[in-house]
Design a protein around this ligand. Structure first.
Ligand code: SF4
Length: 700
């Protein structure tokens, strides 16, 4: 029997792609090396299912372009292999030199939501408390910053209230800007398991796979969502369909009701593209007495110039109709990356660790005591956000960048600006599994890192469930886990003593866990990795005093929130105009998003799998409405050039009524797409607005 059919033993690990957090069963040979995998049948998240990315999760580890040794750019501009000692010398001397000349703000890191939170926390603590810099952010800014801000402001803490079981217990499931079928396919399968014959409503300008499979597609104009959500609240308040007990648990209801006067359906028809009847009917559906209504959103909301207010508009609707804290309800943000939630709460990618905020002196004291760090080493200033870091680099204030497990030269909005930025930076370090990403190719130093499957640690999924990943392969060459690289750097920088306790990921887990005591994300009752595996993952909170029973838990069942008053805040402001509306020169609105369940983000890993590549066109394509294609004389598969005020790209034509006339859709997985996108940001969360900008299209 071939080894792949009869493994010597098995191990488990949470999938390292999306935030669904499926558990995979890894089949090991006699040497403990993973040779195959299958989805874990008994895990409460995926129930034996996996999407194509999960099934092929081992493929990227075998890619020939793995970074196997550090690479250092020489005086001729060539990348040359060097040992770790020489790499550390270069890292320390170049960054210390910048620090001495330009101070604590001269170097920043850009990291990820895709490594275990023990590693994320190590990076942030090392960089700020050990190396003495201030600014660092993660690609979670591109993914979840909006949801984080919306929850923090409304609930008093970044606390998604739901459990995945709510998808199976809702009567009305409203998906806003979420293409669940392909972005979170296993969660769509959870919807399909719902036995209550739910009404599935998709609010999206595009007829996505999910919209086509839904009961109802509310096909509004791009970024008409905020006006629509306010109009729904207007109808509900006007018709007395609020839940009085839950309104009592909010702050600001009278002001909100007054604000809603301006959002009668007839007044938002132009902005939303919807009829009065459609809006009135939808308002009745989402406030039906006795029905369980759940609101779910992803990047269509988060990646917007007014995403925080749109997310809060859904939170407001859930609150005033009493659809929170009960089975099948909630205002529920579905996270993007496998450990975005870990990054939000338990790491230090911006300015918090273990649920503590560095702007609070008492929190700084607690972090210092918990980690054995002098309190004066903990900066009270907030880090700059991602876009502000890049702006500071453009202004010459930041001269060094340390990029960890992310690929901003593909993924960041208006990426042409980054190409220019390269010339302004003195030293770029990229720490990654591959030396071929768009970012690694422009680096001065590449540090080779182990990937998923080659190291241990914890990830936290969208429903707040902590799960473990395991080392079931050796990293190639002399590549090291990010955790070990941080240890090397701490030693080389001369601050190793501060991090002597960070011996391995599970040791770090223990003191990071203890740091959460008495915070809303308290997990002091979690003994360690073995307990997490034994219980099928553990949702936070899980305090040592009075640990909760059950492993499918939602928040706010007692109607108490984390604000000082214990009541949730109703937050709102008038919708803004599109930052870049179409005009005569650029007459189309460009929508971007995920194109398939078989690719992931910048294809850094999924692009390495022969099977996943076969499931998705490798050449960029653009969706255009049949009427526009006919008007412009464009034929299927013809090459076109799409340009915005910032750049241009080529793509082949795909004619489909999935987009509306006047709109184009480009999948985000192709590197050229972000040459076009418009650099505008949500003012509260600083999350980039990837979802709507003005472009023109012409035959190539
Ligand atoms: Fe599950 Fe997401 Fe991994 Fe697919 S990519 S197997 S949905 S965790």
């Amino acid at each position: 029997v071939p080894k792949r059919l009869k493994p010597a033993s098995t191990a488990t690990a949470i999938c390292g792609y999306c935030a669904t957090g499926c558990q995979l069963k890894l089949h090991l040979d006699d040497d403990g090396r993973a040779i195959n995998l299958s989805p874990q049948a008994g895990y409460p998240v995926n129930l034996g299912m996996a999407c194509p990315k999960g099934w092929q999760a081992l493929d990227p580890l075998d890619s020939p372009d793995r970074a196997t040794t550090p690479l250092l750019r020489n005086e001729h501009g060539e990348m040359m292999p060097v040992g770790w000692a020489e790499a550390m010398d270069a890292f320390v001397s170049r960054f210390k030199n910048l620090q001495e000349k330009l101070g604590r703000e001269s170097v920043a890191f850009l990291s990820t939501g895709q490594i275990p939170f023990e590693e994320m926390a190590f990076l942030g603590c090392l960089f700020k408390f050990g190396m003495g810099f201030i600014h660092g952010d993660a690609n979670t800014r591109q993914c979840m910053a909006t949801a984080v801000t919306a929850y923090k402001q409304a609930f008093g803490f970044d606390a998604p209230p739901y459990t995945y079981g709510d998808l199976e217990e809702s009567d009305v499931i409203v998906l806003v800007g979420s293409n669940l079928c392909i972005a979170h396919p296993i969660l769509w399968q959870r919807v399909m398991r719902n036995k209550r014959s739910p009404r599935i409503i998709v609010i999206d300008p595009r007829a996505t796979e999910t919209a086509q499979a839904a009961t109802q597609h509310v096909r509004l104009k791009p970024k008409g969502d905020l006006a629509l959500l306010y109009s729904l609240a207007h109808c509900i308040v006007r018709d007395g369909r609020t839940d009085a007990a839950w309104v009592e648990r909010t702050e600001g209801f009278d002001e909100f009701a007054a604000f809603l006067h301006d959002y009668a359906p007839e007044r938002v028809a132009e902005k939303t593209g919807l009829s009065v009847e459609e809006i009135e009917s939808l308002a009745r559906t989402v406030s039906e007495p006795g029905k369980r209504v759940s609101w779910w959103w992803t990047m269509g909301v988060n990646q917007s110039y007014e995403g925080v207010r749109a997310a809060q508009a859904m939170i407001n609707l859930a609150l005033i109709t009493g659809n929170i804290g009960k089975p099948g309800t909630g205002a529920n943000s579905i996270t993007g990356q496998c450990n975005a939630m870990g990054s939000r709460l338990f790491s230090n990618t911006t300015s918090m660790v273990g649920g503590h905020d560095f702007s609070d002196a008492a929190h700084r004291e607690k972090v210092a005591a918990g980690l054995g760090i002098p309190v004066e080493n903990i900066p009270s200033d907030y880090s700059l956000a991602y876009d502000q870091i890049l702006a500071a680099a453009e202004e010459g204030k930041i001269k060094g960048l340390w990029i960890v497990a992310t690929n901003p030269f593909h993924s960041w909005i208006d990426s042409g600006r980054l190409a220019e930025l390269r010339e302004k930076l003195d030293f770029i370090v990229v720490q990654d599994m591959y030396h071929t990403t768009e970012s690694a190719r422009v680096a001065d130093l590449v540090l080779p890192s182990a990937g998923w499957g080659e190291k241990d640690g914890c990830l936290i999924n969208s429903e707040r469930r902590i799960g473990t990943v395991k080392k079931v392969r050796e990293a190639p060459g002399i590549a090291l886990s990010d955790f070990r690289i941080f240890r090397l750097i701490a030693h080389a920088w001369g601050c190793g003593d501060l991090f002597a306790r960070w011996t391995d990921p599970e040791a770090a887990f223990h003191f990071l866990r203890d740091l959460t005591k008495d915070r809303p994300c308290d997990i002091t009752g979690v003994e360690g990795y073995e307990m997490i595996d034994r219980l099928g993952g553990i949702q936070w909170p899980y305090p040592a005093t009075n640990p909760p029973s059950g492993n499918e838990r939602r928040l706010f069942e007692d109607g108490k929130f984390f604000t000082s008053s214990g009541r949730a805040k109703l937050l709102f402001s008038p919708p803004a105009e599109l930052p870049e509306a179409p005009d005569s020169a650029y007459p189309f609105t460009l929508l971007t998003g995920r194109g398939t369940s078989s690719q992931w983000h910048t294809q850094t890993r999924t692009g390495k799998s022969d099977i996943l590549r076969k499931l998705y066109p490798q050449e960029a394509y653009v969706e255009i409405h049949p009427a526009d294609a006919a008007r412009l004389g464009l034929r299927e598969h013809e090459m076109v050039t799409i340009c915005s005020r910032r750049g241009e790209m080529r793509a082949s034509i795909y004619i489909a009524p999935t987009v509306q006339p006047g709109q184009l859709f480009l999948p985000m997985h192709y590197p050229e797409v972000n040459r076009l996108t418009h650099p505008s940001y949500d003012p509260h969360s600083r999350q980039p607005n990837y979802k709507a900008c003005a472009v023109a299209i012409s035959k190539t």
